[in-house]
Design a binder for this molecule. Structure first.
Ligand SMILES: *Cc1c(COP(=O)(O)O)cnc(C)c1O
Length: 393
């Protein structure tokens, strides 16, 4: 599907070089580096024969255009996928990927730490369409294997979960799921394909909220699903049948953002580690939930499968929820907001047990989640320092 762009992405280049060169076709665009932002529903044909047989690359706006193809090519290249499909949001990408591979009567196994709207989609929509979701502890591969004792159509993972940051054993779970005939889906928004490539670890479909790090500037919503063979063919068919399309302006903004993904991720990770280490040494912090820290219980698994960490992590304090709320309210540089992955630092105090059912988070250990942005980490630490002080004032 993306072969037209392969001249700019020769095999053997390293990932950062491929990120810079995939999806541009200046020879077709009068020399301009970037693809045009193609607005269009109608595509014209030279004659009825071509219109009927589909003997030209583009036929209908909803089926694709050069702008959207360029972004699909970049994401496919980074994930090592045959093809990518674009969706209007990350939530829509998660929902449609599941809808594409699950039908009435099927069982679906989801890790208990998946993104809350993915959980809600499984519980409300898949159930309404006659499928049965089952949630399992992402840290208990035996429980996952036991759940696979009965036939399941799909297994859905997130690595790590974006509230509590447990890292599942992806290769082990994927192998068990494949052996049981299930399609394996993984929401890779946290790591980006620069740091983790699920298809290399046995997954069939990899999903991104491109809203987050791909866009990187808190100014768009977009989702992607990538894979090869039958799995991505099913997603492509479903996207067409449900009539889903993404307008080219948000695709253009995502393309602009993704070109700097490598440099941004390096800075997010460096800042996050400085802040995480500072928090870990703070007497008021119970636990830092960042798999890149050697003290994290999943650090060995993380080191085995990931090339690095991103800038989203959590920490917990002891006591009641109100303590975490007061801490977040006292922050001045960190803003309160959910949609992470942008250049500005954010904080929230999620109520973890509201969005899990197979596992339980200790009540007296409320979590604060931080999106570490591109500010100077000394300023972020100063802000956290005064807020931890103010928490008990
Ligand atoms: C934000 C997010 C999504 C949803 O993305 P939207 O574009 O906001 O719909 C899906 N999965 C994860 C892990 C996310 O953090």
């Amino acid at each position: 599907m993306n072969d037209d762009n392969s001249d700019r992405a020769p095999h053997g280049l390293r990932r950062a070089s491929r990120l810079a060169h995939t999806g541009t076709t200046p020879n077709e665009m009068h020399g301009f580096v970037n693809p045009p932002v193609v607005h269009g529903s109608t595509v014209l044909f030279p004659d009825m024969e071509t219109a009927r047989t589909g003997g030209q690359r583009y036929r209908y706006g909803r089926r694709g255009n050069p702008t959207n193809d360029a972004l699909e090519a970049v994401v496919s290249e980074l994930e090592g996928a045959e093809a990518t499909q674009l969706f209007p949001s990350g939530a829509s990408a998660c929902a449609m990927a599941l809808a594409a591979v699950v039908k009435a009567g099927d069982r679906v196994i989801l890790m208990d730490n998946v993104y809350a709207p993915t959980r809600a989609f499984a519980r409300e929509v898949l159930t309404a369409f006659g499928a049965t979701p089952q949630f399992v502890d992402p840290k208990d591969p035996d429980a996952v294997e036991a759940a696979l004792g009965e036939p399941a159509a799909a297994v859905f993972l997130e690595a790590p979960g974006s509230l509590t940051f447990e890292v599942p054993d992806v290769p082990r779970i994927a192998a068990a799921a494949k052996a049981a005939g299930a399609t394996v889906l993984l929401d890779n928004t946290w790591a980006t394909p620069l740091l983790f490539r699920p298809l290399e670890h046995g997954c069939d479909l990899v999903i991104h909220a491109a809203t987050k790090y791909f866009g990187g500037h808190s100014d768009l919503l977009l989702g992607t699903v990538s894979g090869s063979g039958e799995a991505i063919a099913a997603v492509k068919a479903a996207r067409g049948l449900w009539g889903i399309h993404v307008g080219p302006d948000d695709v253009f903004a995502t393309l602009r953002g993704i070109r700097t993904l490598d440099v941004r991720m390096e800075r997010h990770a460096r800042n996050a580690m400085i802040v995480a280490e500072w928090l870990e040494a703070h007497p008021k912090v119970a636990r830092v939930l960042y798999p890149a820290l050697p003290s994290h219980p999943d650090h060995a698994l993380f080191k085995r499968d990931f090339d690095g960490a991103s800038g989203l992590f959590g920490f917990s304090v002891r006591g009641e929820q109100a303590r975490a709320d007061r801490l977040v309210d006292a922050l001045r540089l960190f803003a309160i907001g959910y949609s992470w992955g942008g250049f500005e630092s954010l904080a929230t105090a999620p109520i973890v047990n509201k969005v899990r059912s197979a596992t339980r988070w200790p009540d007296e250990e409320p979590v604060v989640r931080l999106n570490i942005g591109l500010e100077d980490p000394a300023d972020l630490i100063a802000d956290l320092d005064q807020a931890l002080e103010a928490m008990d004032a």
